[in-house]
Design a protein around this ligand. Structure first.
Ligand code: GLU
Length: 486
């Protein structure tokens, strides 16, 4: 198949890209890279009503973030451009005209009001929806009259009234539709813009697309496309309709299941390599057990044969887990690189900026095991940066110590810490015996110190944490804790 593989991601810029759209992009990209073929991005922007400003940028940003580079398309161009359908209107108009001349399509003069009325009637009579073909067989005279009224027609496809449309789907096998279930769909609107069906087929042909990997929801469009390929004398590409993506409750994935936009995950501190791995497993698998796969492993193993027929489940829990795995695989320098922008942004106000990279380099190893997202890392790390800790005094006595014992223990700790070296093992060497001396369980004593130095009951290991905070900060915080207790 090498070299001949040409696939495309053909988003409509109608909003922020959904994980489902990007999963489609990823599968196409993996397939192209596996076969050393071409990955094309084509913007299907012919629905002017639904076009959303900024959507193209959001789509391209998502692809860039995930490293899904395209060989042809916006910004990079290519031999088969332009890659924005709105810049190809003449091509579609010409093809539509050819279809009319060949008898495969016809002009329809029905007004929006008439179609609306027809639809209402169909609903009332419980008939299937669809154009009633009133203009399919107009006489010359009738057409001339309508033209004379200045009505601008649409172009409709002359769908065969009987027979079947069959095609092989690479995932589902043979798919059959009865022609009578397909109406005479519109190809060209009266404003001169093509519909999705026409533009999609024409471009897949002109751009020499070999395989169409697209979401399941387009399956019912494919028989229309097959009819069009046939009428135009084009050989159709091969089709693979990707399984649906459901939420954990097995309902179609929607906002209700949490965020569905890829950009959201980027902004929350998910790593692109984790996202790619996660999305790749939404409908594809290597075997029944392998979860963690690098980009290279995904490329070398990807095949349409391993795409499932059943719906894939999108689990945010799994994504967070996987992200944690990828975070732990980073070396410290990389982790610092990822963390810096998140630390610079948040937690807001209270943190002094700019943030020292050297300091972050010492903190990062303490967070790495404990965070699933970069944003979680920032939340875990806030006490490293805050000037003033903010916690209730009772938290200090949370392990059941009395106020007096707490004061005594913190005062003793202060004295010892003034003289101790401030690396983790020296701190342990000083504080462990001190617990015994004070007659406290280590848990009680260390718990008290943890709250005093971090303001939290759960934080990274105490001695490492104190070492990174440094003597000055620790002493100041312990002093403040004493104030709180008194
Ligand atoms: N423009 C369609 C979409 O938004 C493309 C569907 C297809 O791949 O044919 O998904």
């Amino acid at each position: 198949m090498s070299n001949s593989v040409r696939v495309r991601f053909a988003p409509s810029p109608t909003g922020i890209p959904h994980v489902g759209n990007i999963r489609t992009a990823l599968f196409n990209w993996l397939f192209a890279r596996h076969h050393r073929g071409s990955f094309i991005v084509r913007i299907e922007d012919t629905d002017i009503v639904r076009r959303v400003k900024g959507a193209v940028e959001a789509i391209l940003d998502s692809l860039r973030w995930l490293g899904l580079d395209w060989d042809e398309g916006p910004e990079v161009g290519g031999d088969y451009g332009p890659y924005f359908q709105s810049q190809r209107l003449e091509i579609y108009q010409e093809v539509a005209q050819r279809l009319v001349q060949g008898g495969h399509a016809y002009l329809c003069y029905c007004s929006a009001e008439r179609l609306e009325e027809m639809r209402r009637e169909q609903v009332k009579r419980k008939q299937p929806p669809g154009y009633d073909r009133r203009c399919r067989n107009l006489s010359e005279k009738e057409r001339a009259d309508l033209e004379a009224q200045g009505i601008i027609p649409v172009v409709r496809f002359r769908t065969p009234l009987e027979g079947q449309v069959k095609f092989q789907d690479l995932i589902r096998g043979e798919v059959v539709f009865d022609s009578e279930t397909l109406d005479d769909f519109v190809l060209l609107k009266s404003d001169g813009y093509p519909t999705y069906h026409l533009a999609n087929v024409v471009d897949d042909h002109l751009m020499k697309v070999s395989h169409v990997l697209r979401a399941d929801e387009w399956l019912s469009s494919t028989p229309r496309h097959m009819l069009l390929y046939h009428a135009l004398g084009y050989g159709p590409p091969k089709f693979a309709h990707l399984p649906m993506i459901l939420g954990s409750d097995r309902a179609k994935l929607s906002k209700r299941h949490g965020a569905t936009s890829v950009i959201w995950y980027r902004d929350r501190g998910y790593l692109p390599q984790a996202m790619v791995n996660f999305l790749a497993l939404l409908g594809w698998s290597l075997d029944d057990k392998t979860e963690i796969m690098s980009r290279e492993e995904l490329i070398s193993n990807f095949s349409i044969e391993r795409i499932g027929k059943t719906a894939a489940i999108f689990s945010q829990e799994k994504l967070a887990w996987m992200n944690g795995v990828y975070i732990r695989q980073l070396d410290i320098e990389e982790l610092v690189e990822w963390l810096m922008p998140f630390l610079e942004r948040g937690p807001p106000q209270r943190v002094k900026r700019p943030i020292s990279r050297d300091y972050v380099r010492r903190i990062a190893p303490l967070l790495q095991e404990r965070m699933r997202t970069l944003e979680e890392g920032v939340e875990l790390a806030d006490f490293f940066f805050l000037e003033e800790l903010d916690y209730a005094p009772d938290l200090l006595l949370e392990r059941g110590l009395s106020r007096e014992r707490g004061v005594q223990a913190l005062s003793a700790a202060m004295e010892h810490l003034k003289a101790s070296s401030f690396d983790a093992s020296s701190l342990e060497g000083v504080l462990r015996p001190l617990a015994a001396e004070l007659g406290l369980k280590t848990g009680e004593f260390f718990g008290l110190l943890r709250v005093a130095t971090t303001g939290r009951t759960a934080a990274p290991p105490l001695f490492e944490t104190m070492a990174v905070l440094g003597r000055e900060r620790c002493l100041k915080r312990i002093e403040e804790a004493l104030e709180r207790l008194k």
